[in-house]
Design a protein. Structure first.
Length: 47
């Protein structure tokens, strides 16, 4: 997934295995990869 506008990035700290994609404002979709599949973890407001 090479879409810079979505700000895909890996989280840090205790959530190192979790990735985040920007939705709007403070909202992000966070997920983890299980084998080659993305598993939805949460839709959350980070601030």
């Amino acid at each position: 997934m090479n879409l810079p506008g979505y700000r895909l990035h890996r989280l840090s700290g205790k959530e190192q295995k979790t990735w985040s994609v920007w939705v709007t404002g403070n909202w992000r979709i966070t997920f983890r990869f299980e084998r080659e599949n993305a598993i939805l973890v949460d839709y959350r407001d980070f601030h």
